[in-house]
Design a binder for this molecule. Sequence first.
Ligand SMILES: *Cc1c(COP(=O)(O)O)cnc(C)c1O
Length: 475
Amino acid sequence: MNLDPDDWSDVRDQGHGLMDLMLHHLETLRDQPLWRAPPGELRQGFREPLPRAGAPLSQVGEAFAETILPYSSGNAHPGFMGWVQGGGTVAGMLGEMLAAGLNANLGGRDHMALEVEQQVLGWTRQMFGFPADASGLFVTGASQANFMALLIARLRALGPRVRTAGVGRAPLIAYASRAVHGCVAGAMDMAGLGASQLRLVPTDADGRIRLDVLRAAIAADRAAGLAPFLLVGTAGTVDIGAIDDLDALADLAAAEDLHFHVDGALGALGVLAPSVAPMLKGLERADSIAFDWHKWGQTPYDAGFLLVRDPALHRGAFASEAAYLSRAERGLAAGDWWPCDYGPDLSRGFRALKTWFTIKTYGADALGQVIAQTCDLARELAARVAAEPALELMAPVALNIVCFRYVGAEADALNAEIVADLQEAGLVAPSLTRLDGRTAIRAAIVNHRTELRDIESLVASVLAAGRTASQRRAA
Ligand SMILES: *Cc1c(COP(=O)(O)O)cnc(C)c1O
């Protein structure tokens, strides 16, 4: 028994057919609904028992084309502005297919795939102005990268004993702004330090961490006998895209001997856009950076990344000795860079290849142009909102996220209704957020396919849906 095809020429045709199906889908994205709710009977079809016997590949491919493809979450569509999600690319898709064919395991050993990941790491060091020996690797996403950075900071604070003896009663305290992504509190929880040991510092009018309050909080914790160990800056907050004053945070972290980590999931890749890069000043001084190639980098999901200044500290947080992982002088078990030493995963897929395809095919400048373009579109949207009496801008626009709302009675419920109407109509899809206790429509422009006409369509759709919903509510 082996699982290779009996008829390679037939499977070649099938493969070409599936490729054509997907390319056609991408070519015609704009003409398709952004999203539609999967019908109940379709979902029912996915409750079948474990298939004991196989089916022809053609049948499985047809099932994909009919039941999965039309009911995607829509983030590839040019009108998608809900949540911070990238659009994916053709080159990235092809890289992912080739990676699956190769079936490489990037836990370690001596093969060329690791050179690809190392090359992307090298480019990453260059982009962020990190030293030539800084370490880093692909992970699922910034949530995982933030968690790993926190474990590295924990090692720095408590020493190697923490890995065997645990955290005990160590009173470690971390700091971030109130606008920090929820995964950082989650990381404190998972690291055994406790989510409430993350101090959430208020933000200023631009959504940036307040340095005066931060300084006072650190002093108060030290006075109470607690041990500040980690300062997390955010480059692009998830709600409004604010960037903390990273230079000031780097100064403070140095003065207080804290590990300075930046959650740059959304914004760090802004270094590729000359118009955005100056806002990220200080990022080059971080001890570690978490970011996502799958957001502004447009690489297909998933492609998170962690970059760490001190390779010894990074390795010290994760490496372990296991006989079957021992390194040889030569042969397949040789190789001096084993990613399993730098994170919790042993077996790892070849995420680097789709990212490498994306960067090589389009070039870093084009990715930077896309980033700048999403910020231009956000500014344009903000201007149109400001010019429209029925709409109200809810937060300053630093990057690519615009929060606004339709003005009217019971505005929270009204705007929630508008957003649901828009998502179901399938032309443009913003999402909802809460700002200072008020519901806002949030348009996060991340996708390289989004154009001015999508912004115009968003404004027109919100106005139309707002009028209809107001009338419906008044009736
Ligand atoms: C998206 C995001 C995360 C989480 O990243 P994932 O890749 O979804 O795990 C963390 N922080 C910020 C600021 C984000 O925008």
